[in-house]
Ligand binder design. Sequence first.
Ligand SMILES: Nc1ncnc2c1ncn2[C@@H]1O[C@H](COP(=O)(O)OP(=O)(O)OP(=O)(O)O)[C@@H](O)[C@H]1O
Length: 250
Amino acid sequence: MHARVPAMTPLSVTISRARLTYGGTLLFSDLTLELPAGRTTCLLGPSGVGKTTLLRILAGLAEPEPPTEVVTGDRQPLAGRIAYMAQQDLLLPWLTVLDNVLLGDRLRHRRPDPARVEQARALLDRVGLTGRERDRPAALSGGQKQRVALARTLMEDKPLVLMDEPFSALDAITRLRLQETAAETLAGRTVLMVTHDPLEALRIGDRLHVMTGRPAVMGPALEPSGPVPRRVDDPDLLAHQAELLRRLAE
Ligand SMILES: Nc1ncnc2c1ncn2[C@@H]1O[C@H](COP(=O)(O)OP(=O)(O)OP(=O)(O)O)[C@@H](O)[C@H]1O
């Protein structure tokens, strides 16, 4: 059975003229990034350039400076409409795998109804963790924990999904599989994903941006054609790979 995240109206989000200073160092100013509705945008760039910080601003976890503005397509605030998968898996060690996936429901003081439990089980199946529902996170490998965190993110019924290197702890084959799962289950969502892997970005991104420098600037969008997930031997993907590597090396 394929678990699909329920359909919802896609939401466009733009962060414009973003500015942030940490301890006297200007990380970026006048940084603008458009996230088209229902599309996956991938953000690449060297370590420390400020990718996570930009994600955290969108998630409401970092305070930007004026004149930063976050504008949504429906002009409603973003608060409460974001699913955020952080770099660390952030699973609660005292909860089972299944209850970690259902954490959002628990936090909203809702007893998960049987349909939600079924959806959580189906998502665990999709990420290859059937049979591990009753385990605690301590019994899982790093990659398995990351898969639970992915299932939890997919379980959240939010129009904007922020993912910070979601597949970094996975072996190459699991990584390819999970990229497919994510691309399929997140279809129709507006997604911003930070990754260090150009191939990953080219497989599942509709738009790719490279962020470089200090203060950081946002490179123009690279838009590989064709539906995602793209095959690793897709000629268009390979053609874009050279351009992406060139931008990263700049
Ligand atoms: N809370 C904070 N207080 C002070 N400095 C911070 C804070 N968070 C991040 N920084 C600094 O801001 C810069 C950007 O960090 P950020 O984590 O956004 O980079 P990144 O591009 O996501 O890096 P990586 O690819 O290594 O995850 C770094 O120099 C970091 O040390």
